[in-house]
Design a protein around this ligand. Structure first.
Ligand code: PLP
Length: 377
C-alpha cells in the first residue's frame, strides 16, 4: 500500500531527538527551531515527560469518558493555574482543528446563531467548520463552503464595527488567532482585540481565541491574546499542549452551561494524552518556560532586526517571522542543508521560528551566526 501523497517531504529521516537537537539516521545533528510545527514545547524526549507517559502506559493507556478519569482533573487544575484562567472549564479533544470545531459549535449552541466572523489569512484547521473559517479556498471542499462564515480584513476596526452594526444580532462568534501563524506571523493589534471584546459583549457574540499555535506560553504569556488585556470566551489549544502527543482542548468561560451530550469524543481526554499534557505543564511551571520564551525570544527578535537585508521581523517570544526579499528565498533551505538548522516557513518568503520554549541563548546565537552566514553567501 502506498501513502496518500499529500505532503511535500524533506528527505531527512529523524531517528533520535533530545531538547532542541535532532539526529538523522546517519548521525547528523540538527538544531530544531521548528519544533515539528510549534508542537515541541518542552523539548524532545524530556525525561519527566518520557517517565510520565511510560508510567501511565504501564498502568492504563485508555478508557472512554464513560468512567472517572482523575488525571483529567489534574490537568484542568494545573492548566487553570498556569494559564491564570482558574474559573474556566476544560473540554478535551485530539487536535487543533477539533478544538476550533468544538469552540465554534459551542458558540452556535450558546447563542442560537449561525454566523461566524473570521479574518483574512486565518488558519483554523481542516475539519468542516474550522476549514470554512480558514482563508484558503484551495483547502475548502465544496461540501465545506458556507455563507455562515464571513471574512473581514485582519486588524481592520472599521470593517469589524460595520459588520456588527449591520448584522451583529446574527453573529455567533468571532474567531481570531492572537498571532497568525500560517498567515505569516501577523499579530492582532491590541485595539482590534479590545474592539472584538466590546462588540461581542454588546451583541452577545462569542469571542474565540484560537491559541493552537500562538498559545501555551509560546509568546511569553500563556495566551498571546493576553497582551491585549482582554479575556476571550473560549480559547482553543493543541500543538504544544502534548509536546508531540496528540491532544487538544478548549477552555470555556463560566458563562457557558454544559449539558450531557452537548460535546463529545471517544479519544479526547484519554489517560495517556493527559499524562503527556500534565508533564508538559509541570515542566513549563517548574522551569519557568514562559519567562524563558520571552527572554530568548526578545533577544532573537532584537538581534534579527539588526540585519539590513531582513525586510521585517514580526512576532513575540518564540513565535517569530523573518520576512526576506524574494532574492533570499533560498535561505530557509540552505539553513537546513548547509547549517543543519530546521526552521518553518510561511508563504511567500517568511522564515518561521517555532522552537521549544526551553531553547537557550546559546542556541539563539548559533542560529544568528548561521543566518548571518546565509545572508552573506
Ligand atoms: C492557528 C491554528 N489553528 C488550528 C490549527 C489546526 O491544528 P491541527 O493541525 O492540530 O488540526 C493550526 C495548525 O497549524 C493552527 O496553526
Amino acid at each position: 500500500m502506498e501513502l496518500f501523497n499529500v505532503y511535500p517531504v524533506t528527505p531527512i529521516n529523524i531517528v533520535r531527538a533530545k531538547g532542541s537537537i535532532v539526529w538523522d539516521e546517519q548521525g547528523t545533528e540538527y538544531l530544531d527551531l521548528y519544533g515539528g510545527h510549534a508542537v515541541i514545547s518542552i523539548g524532545h524526549t524530556h525525561p519527566h515527560y518520557v517517565e510520565s507517559i511510560t508510567n501511565q502506559l504501564n498502568n492504563i493507556a485508555f478508557y472512554s469518558n464513560s468512567v472517572l478519569i482523575p488525571i483529567q482533573r489534574r490537568l484542568s487544575t494545573l492548566l487553570g493555574e498556569v494559564s491564570g484562567k482558574n474559573d474556566f472549564s476544560l473540554f478535551l479533544c485530539n487536535s487543533g482543528a477539533e478544538a476550533n470545531e468544538n469552540a465554534l459549535k459551542l458558540a452556535s449552541f450558546h447563542t442560537g446563531r449561525k454566523k461566524v466572523i473570521a479574518f483574512s489569512k486565518s488558519f483554523h484547521g481542516r475539519t468542516s467548520l474550522a476549514v470554512a473559517a480558514t482563508d484558503n479556498p484551495s483547502i475548502v471542499a465544496p461540501v465545506n463552503q458556507t455563507d455562515n462564515v464571513v471574512f473581514l480584513p485582519f486588524n481592520d476596526e472599521e470593517a469589524l464595527a460595520e459588520a456588527f452594526a449591520s448584522y451583529g444580532n446574527e453573529i455567533a462568534a468571532v474567531i481570531i488567532e492572537g498571532i497568525q501563524g500560517v498567515g505569516g506571523i501577523r499579530e492582532a493589534s491590541i485595539p482590534f482585540l479590545k474592539l472584538i471584546r466590546s462588540l461581542c459583549d454588546q451583541y452577545g457574540s462569542v469571542f474565540i481565541a484560537d491559541s493552537v499555535q500562538c498559545g501555551y506560553g509560546r509568546t511569553g504569556l500563556f495566551f498571546s491574546h493576553d497582551y491585549a488585556g482582554v479575556e476571550a470566551d473560549i480559547y482553543s489549544m493543541a500543538k504544544g499542549m502534548g509536546n508531540g502527543f496528540p491532544i487538544g482542548g478548549i477552555i470555556i468561560s463560566p458563562k457557558f452551561k454544559a449539558s450531557f451530550g452537548l460535546l463529545g469524543t471517544t479519544f479526547g481526554g484519554n489517560h495517556l494524552a493527559c499524562a503527556a499534557a500534565v508533564a508538559v505543564l509541570e515542566v513549563i511551571k517548574q522551569d519557568n518556560l514562559l519567562a524563558n520564551a520571552e527572554a530568548v525570544g526578545n533577544y532573537l527578535i532584537e538581534e534579527l532586526k539588526k540585519f539590513d537585508k531582513v525586510l521585517e521581523v514580526r512576532g513575540r517570544g518564540l513565535m517569530i517571522g523573518i520576512e526576506l526579499p524574494e532574492e533570499l528565498a533560498q535561505v530557509k533551505k540552505d539553513l537546513l542543508l548547509k547549517n543543519k538548522i530546521f526552521t518553518g516557513e510561511a508563504k511567500p518568503n517568511v522564515i518561521r521560528l517555532l522552537p521549544a520554549l526551553n531553547m537557550n541563548k546559546e542556541m539563539a546565537d548559533r542560529f544568528l551566526t548561521a543566518f548571518d552566514e546565509r545572508l552573506k553567501a
